[in-house]
Ligand binder design. Sequence first.
Ligand code: PLP
Length: 460
Amino acid sequence: MTTHTKQDAVRLLDVFDPEMAGLLHREERRQFETIGLIASENVVSPMAACLEGSVFTNKNTEGYAGKRFVGGCELADQAEQLAVKRVKQAFGVDHANIQCGNATIANIAVLRALLKPGDTFLGLALDNGGHLSHGAKFHYSGATYHALHYGVSRETERIDMDQVRQMAREHHPKLICVGSSSYPRLIDYKAFREICDEVGAYFWVDCAHDCGLIAGGAIPSPVPYAHVLTFSTQKTLRGPRGCGVILVCRDMEIPDGVTKDGAPKFTKLSTKIDRSVFPRLQGGPKGDMLAARGVLFYELLQPEFKEYARQVCRNAKALARGCAGEGMRLITGGTDTHMVMIDVTPLGVNGQEAETLLNRVGMVTNKNMIPFDPLPPSCGSGLRIGSPTMTTRGAKEEEMEHIGHLLGRALKGREDPAALERIAAEVKGLATSHPMFSGEWVSPCIREQFEAMYGLPGRD
Ligand SMILES: *Cc1c(COP(=O)(O)O)cnc(C)c1O
C-alpha cells in the first residue's frame, strides 16, 4: 500500500509549481528566523497538522457521528467520536460540538440556539478587548440581536463588575457573554454567573484565547459556572486553524417555545446547540478537521501539555517584566495569562509604528487599542504580545525577559541603524537556536524520534 505524505507532495510541488513552493519555503524560513509574539498565534502540533489534509478530507461527513447523510462514514464517525470524547474529558463537560468552521461561526450558533432576533444580550466592548462576534454593530451578532456592552474600569483597567451587575438589572438580558482577545487578566466567572442567575440569563464564555491554559489547568476554569463555552483551536490550544468548538458544561432541559396545544416545550441544551450548527447554519464539516482534533485533544490530556500551559503563563510574566524594565506601561499592571498588553507611547511611538519597526528587526507583534485609547484604531497606543509561540519553541523565563528588553531597545533605538542591525542579528540568533516545536512538549514514547524529525538540524 502506498501512503501519500505531505513531504512527498512538497517534492512534486517544487518541480510543478516552483512559484508557490517558493512562497512555502520562504514562509517556513520566516517563521523559523523570527521571534513570534502574536498572542493569538502558536506553532501547530505536527501530528495534528499531519491529519489535517489527510485522506479524511475526501470524506463527506454531513450530519453527526451515527446520523450521517451519506454512506462510508464508519471510520470518520469513530474519529469524530474519539475527538468529542477527549475534549469532553479535557474540559470536564457533558457535551461537545466540534464541527464549526471557526470560533466566530460557533459564536453565531450559540446566539441562534439561545436567543430570538431582537433579544438583549451583554458582552464586553470591542474597544475594551471584546470580540466582534460579541455584538459589534457591523457584525451579524450586533445587527440581529440587541447587544449592549460593559467595559473595564478606568482606574484598574479590569472588567467593571459593578457595571455588569447594574446593566444586567436594568436591561434584563437573556444572555451574558464574556471573553476577550486582549484582556490579560483572570475573569471572575463566579461573579458573572451570580449576576446571570439573578436576572435569569444564560452565561456564555468565549475562551478562544485562553482555552489551552484552561485545559492545561494553568488558570481557573469557567466550566463550573458557564452554560456554554466556545473557542477556536489555533491559539493557546496549539492546533490547526479552521475549527470552532462549542461545549455544553452541564446538559439540561431549556424552555423552547410551546407545543401545538400551547403547552410550554423543553429541549435539551445540547440538542439545541447541535441543531443550531447543523443543519441550521452549516453543511458538512471537514473529515480531516475532525480527525486532526482527535489527536489534538489527546495531546491536551498528557502531562506535557499541562506543563506547557504553566510555562506559557510564567513566560508571559517574564516578557512583561522585560517590557516594564524598558519603561513601557503594562495595561492592568501585569498579566495572569499568555498575553501582555502594553502602552508603548511612553517610548514616543504609537502602536502601528511599534509594530512596523519591530517587524523590521524580526519580532512579530500586533498593534492594539488600549482601554480609553486617545489614538484612533488605525494606529492605537498599544501593542499586544504573547508567549505561546516561543513557549512551544522551548524558550524559558530568562529568554522571555530578555525578549522584552530587546523590544524596548529596538523601539528606543529606532533612529540608530547600527543599533537596529545589532538587535536584528541577536533576534535571528535567538530564534534559530530553537526548533519550531520543542520535543519536551511531546510524550516520552515518541520524543527521541520527534526530535530527530523536528529538532534543529545537525544536532546529533
Ligand atoms: C480569536 C477569537 C475569536 C475568533 O476565532 P476564529 O476561529 O478566528 O473565528 C472569537 N472570540 C475571541 C474572544 C477571539 O479572541
